[in-house]
Design a protein around this ligand. Sequence first.
Ligand code: LLP
Length: 438
Amino acid sequence: MSTNQLLKPVTLEKKENLNIGGCDMVELVKQYGTPLYVLDEQTIRSVCREYKKSFSKYDNVKMMYASKALCNSAVAKIISSEGFGFDTVSAGEIYTVYKSGIDMSTVLFNGNNKTAEEIELAIKYGVGRFSIDNYHEVELISEISKKYGRTVQALLRITPGIECHTHKYIQTGQLDSKFGFDLSQIDSIIEHILSVDKTINIRGLHAHIGSQIFEPQCYADEVEVLVKEISRIDNKYNIKLDEINIGGGLGVKYVDTDAPPSIELIADYIIDSLNKNISKYGIDKPTLYLEPGRSIISTAGVTLYTVGSSKQVPGMTKYVSVDGGMADNPRPSMYEAEYYAEVANKYDKKETEKVTVAGKFCESGDILIKDIELPILEAGDIICVYNTGAYNYSMASNYNRALKPAMVLVNNSQSDIIIYRETLDDLVSHDNIPNRLV
Ligand code: LLP
């Protein structure tokens, strides 16, 4: 089975307690506390290898990990050692990747409102590709690249007009989008870039059609739009674009009813469409870039919480509260996202009850899992929520002055901290009391 079709990390074992990466989850909690993000190295590596193998049927492919899904130095090291580059969208992501010693020519900078400071940082650090999103940044890039005597290698971000069935907040490929140029604006931006100066070299086209996508045909359609545009641009301007970046978006299985297609199936659709359309529109074989984020890192991650209070509403819901919630995983409250969980210290207990796992934050909407059948819970039990590797830590907040949890990497029975837990002093370290209030 494809890694993105699994509900749990590849190394999950049911021993006395749940084990991941050869580590006992209850022991990890004793050592590191909760809430705790746990990341399984083998799952990350196996999904990276699966991507590479599935796309090896096309000879010119480059993988870039969409670091917005989860960006920290250890993750950058693991993923670059698997031969991936990085899609970045901010100074913070660029800096993290840079400080991890990654070859910056494998990095793409993408985003709909790159600031002058971010552009300068990207140029200074030698980021390999810019995805040009709007006119404003063309001016900024051209000005800053002149200062550094550089030519920026760029892709044009386009909105291909493809709507996939995913949550509307995470759709991006439809026409009414804040990202990129729609097809009718491509010529004018090309003409504009050609007229500016030689600081921007257009290498190809870039698009992203959304996230948590389950329909392979969306990618095949996207590829056709991009190839057709490359051919049209060649005919009209005699510019040979030799790169297409189709973004990320492949879905994962959060709950039993999710049925994402395998990585191999997605690869087959994309490569078939590419080959078919290359001959249909008569272009040379471009380099294909992919930017998966969620499907690389989601399944590798779980979050461990300690159960605290419970409340049975007479005749209605039983709420079981844990020591985290929307500050470490905002996805259920933002997107009505669903998650699956087990109890690390009593996964095998036969007697179960239906409960709602609630977070500890001061909002009724802070519910992690609605109506899940779990063993009878008591204070101190450890709940393991699956598939929290992507868009959990990266979207975590300090709401209610919560401390961001630690993250631990597990592999071959070894556990290592890769992000330290925030402390109360970290929290106040950025506060300042004006003198007149002292
Ligand atoms: N490339 C571009 C240009 C993107 O905008 C994104 C995601 C990706 C790649 C990676 O997509 P992925 O493979 O991870 O689906 N916070 C939302 C997801 C937002 C995704 C935004 N862009 C969530 O928690 O579901």
